[in-house]
Design a protein around this ligand. Sequence first.
Ligand code: 13P
Length: 255
Amino acid sequence: MDKSKRKVVIAGNWKMNMTPSEAKAAVAETAKLVEGKTGCEVILCVPFVDIASAVEAAKGTNVKIGAQNVHFEAKGAFTGEISAAMLLETGVEYVIIGHSERRQYFGETDETVNKRTKAALAAGLKVILCLGEVLEQRQSGITSEIVSMQTKLDLAGLTADEMKNVIIAYEPVWAIGTGLTATPDQADEVCGIIRETIAGLYTKELADATVIQYGGSMNDGNAAELLSKVNVDGGLIGGASLVPAKFSKIVDAAQ
Ligand code: 13P
């Protein structure tokens, strides 16, 4: 398999961190540090209220801005929710969908992940779709079944054309924010299983063109080795993306 056919995508997920003024400074600093580093795409996914200042600070740089969730309905009586059209108009290009923290704490299911993904793509957003097993599932030896099921359910009904705007982020839940990282071989193996599942749903060519990131305690110390794996096309980074100097080193590792 030729990995060079795929772009490498390094994305930060700020989660619930940074006020708008902090976001403005952090995006500007990150943009300065990654200037000219065109060997990968660089994205920062920020809280909704930070989008305006982040988009402004990212203008004219090679940093793209994303959101962290989107509702599946177009409009209406859904207090506290944000639609895909609203996001698009603010200038975000990407949206994270199905993060394990949303699945764990906010009742997200594969069905709602699928609905959100369809709504986001229909509006013209690109999607970073997160999936991954929890510790008990890994210990029971069912990681492969779990990620392959999530891949099938989350992507159900998406056309091959829509898949061009979908990035998958494999995020083993036990590795998120814990300091525990999947080994490069574990990350490669599961990203490979996801790729095979996509090949089964579509074609091998489409699967070979799909960007699959690893996420879970990726940092400036372990990124190079993880990214060297044939099935790992980038990273979705939480904690380390909040520190521009650390995040930019991960971008360096992806060059
Ligand atoms: P950490 O990098 O903090 O483990 O978070 C990973 C993550 O959840 C990215 O979406």
